[in-house]
Design a protein. Structure first.
Length: 180
């Protein structure tokens, strides 16, 4: 297993530790900071594994499949926890997670037809803003002035989620056509 794939696997392994710290004692600043550190480290591995894979030509089928899945697992787990903590509206998370299911379905159908759907810039921007939103929302109860920033990032992440969905669907609509 190459380094980018190890980083992706490490990101998946960090998720339960992140969730446990965030939900165990959400009002304890130490647990919040611990969850924040884990989330930031996991988010950075996302950026790092892609850069290393492209730079050193270490792109693998495992990485193509697991990297976006690890991102979804990390971000969606965080947002579900934030619903539990009443720090993000559930309807926003439903829209974001629905987009992930739709795109995953597109990728599965494309894969069955031997087509790989690469991540778009809209999808990458969406992921960055979702991660920034989560980072700010985790720490916001400790640093109240960040509440306004958290709200702005939430709306930007939501808009980018919708734009990236339409971008994927429009660019890849031929994936849904039946082969005869």
């Amino acid at each position: 297993m190459n380094l980018p794939n190890k980083l992706t696997t490490f990101r998946v392994i960090l998720v339960p530790f992140f969730v446990a710290l965030l939900l165990w004692a959400p009002d304890d600043i130490r647990f919040r900071i611990g969850a924040e550190i884990i989330f930031i480290i996991a988010s950075l591995t996302d950026m790092l594994d892609g850069k290393i894979a492209r730079k050193y030509n270490l792109v693998t089928n495992f990485g193509k499949f697991m990297d976006p899945l690890a991102d979804k697992l990390l971000v969606c787990s965080a947002m579900i926890c934030l619903i539990e903590l009443k720090e993000i509206p559930s309807w926003i998370v439903v829209i974001i997670i629905s987009r992930e299911f739709i795109i995953s379905g597109f990728r599965l159908i494309a894969s069955d037809n031997g087509v790989v759907i690469a991540a778009s810039y809209w999808g990458k921007f969406k992921t960055v803003f979702q991660m920034l939103m989560v980072i700010v929302m985790i720490i916001e109860p400790i640093a109240a002035p960040l509440k306004f920033l958290a709200g702005i990032l939430m709306w930007i992440a939501l808009v980018l989620t919708i734009i990236s969905l339409f971008d994927y669907v429009i660019k890849n609509k031929n994936v849904l056509k039946e082969n005869k």
